[in-house]
Design a protein around this ligand. Sequence first.
Ligand code: AMP
Ligand code: ZN
Length: 113
Amino acid sequence: MSSDCLFCRIVRREIPATIVREDEHTLAFRDIDPKAPTHVLVIPKTHVASLADAPDASTLGRVLLAAAQIAKDEGIETSGYRTVINTGADAGQTVHHVHVHLLGGRHLKWPPG
Ligand code: AMP
Ligand code: ZN
């Protein structure tokens, strides 16, 4: 846990969020500035600054499998969805606690901007 990390604070319920799924290792909540009808962020509960700092396969695997489950729950499994991890400045990472963006519910252009 990192005391001043925004997403760690959401894990600790110090900042409100619309939580859509939680298990022992992961938390998922709606993005505050959604870019698609479904825009959920999935994070490990332990503080990991970015993909570059990922400690092990299970931490990442659990986050990705949670995203796939949420896509089912949101009803976008058949229509399709995108999972994105921004890492570092060029990718526009603004919150330094690794998170998977789950985006769906509309057609998504490729490549992203
Ligand atoms: P990134 O740019 O990949 O680091 O993504 C950070 C995401 O966190 C952005 O899509 C923001 O809209 C989102 N975000 C920032 N603050 C909050 C918050 N308090 N609750 C939910 N999402 C947030
Ligand atoms: Zn954190």
